[in-house]
Design a protein around this ligand. Structure first.
Ligand code: PRP
Length: 223
């Protein structure tokens, strides 16, 4: 049978995901030394790893060309749910927040507000929950620029350390929700390859529940 294929989000989540796979005992040297190769073996061909942009991880899992995926809850909230979200991996922790210029009362006045965001669906549903009519402008990156340039009153964006906001004279007005990395599974794969997937999930679960134990085992193995 073909090895299970896992789509991993490139960038912020990449290091922690590879670290997790190594902690549960898989050799990830091919992923660490990937060069320009896009499909990489993990362990003794236990499974294959694909490195992709977050939204593409969801696309590949939804279409079943990857059985599993590791992706942030932010991307899941914005991009879709035609898969099973089976595990909170506990890393990639940050939050969605409404943020705006420091010291300015966002809610003051009756004028309808403009919000810049990379996540229009998340922003729309946040303001619908408040029964507030806002104009949403989609921005692709460095959303913090929009209020600085006078394009928007505020932003809905990811806040991790808060330094991007601080360094640009912005502050959190209100937290929207917490975010972390999730393990997602294609619906058909979960039925057809149930045992393999459950074994992997069990290992990951054990590692998340006993992080110290795994670190010590890894140290011992390295000695
Ligand atoms: C994200 C987010 C913020 C920043 C927050 O952007 O959109 O800009 O990180 O992190 P902080 O609270 O630790 O400063 P990212 O770096 O992913 O790039 P982007 O702005 O190009 O989307």
């Amino acid at each position: 049978m073909k090895p299970l294929r896992i789509a991993l989000t490139k960038g912020r989540l990449e290091k922690d995901t590879i670290g997790l796979l190594e902690k549960i005992g898989y050799d990830c040297s091919a992923v660490r030394n990937k060069g320009r190769k896009l499909i990489l073996p993990v362990g003794d061909n236990a499974f294959e790893v694909v490195l992709a942009k977050a939204a593409d991880v969801i696309t590949y899992v939804e279409h079943g060309v990857c059985d599993l995926g590791v992706v942030g809850k932010d991307t899941i909230l914005e991009n879709g749910t035609r898969f099973y979200e089976i595990l909170d991996l506990g890393f990639g922790k940050c939050c969605f927040a409404l943020a705006g210029p420091k010291g300015k009362d966002f809610y003051a006045g009756y004028r309808s507000k403009t919000i810049a965001t990379k996540y229009p669906k998340v922003a729309t549903s946040f303001f619908e929950g408040k029964a507030m009519d806002v104009r949403i402008i989609k921005i692709e990156g460095s959303v913090e620029l929009a209020p600085l340039l006078g394009l928007s009153d505020a932003i809905v964006d990811i806040v991790e350390t808060g330094s991007t906001l601080r360094e640009n004279g912005l502050e959190v007005i209100e937290k929207v929700c917490d975010i972390s990395a999730r393990l997602i599974v294609n619906t058909a794969s979960l039925k057809l390859r149930k045992q393999e997937i459950e074994e992997l999930v069990e290992k990951i679960n054990h590692c998340i529940a006993n992080p110290q134990e795994k670190q010590e085992e890894a140290k011992e193995a390295a000695q």
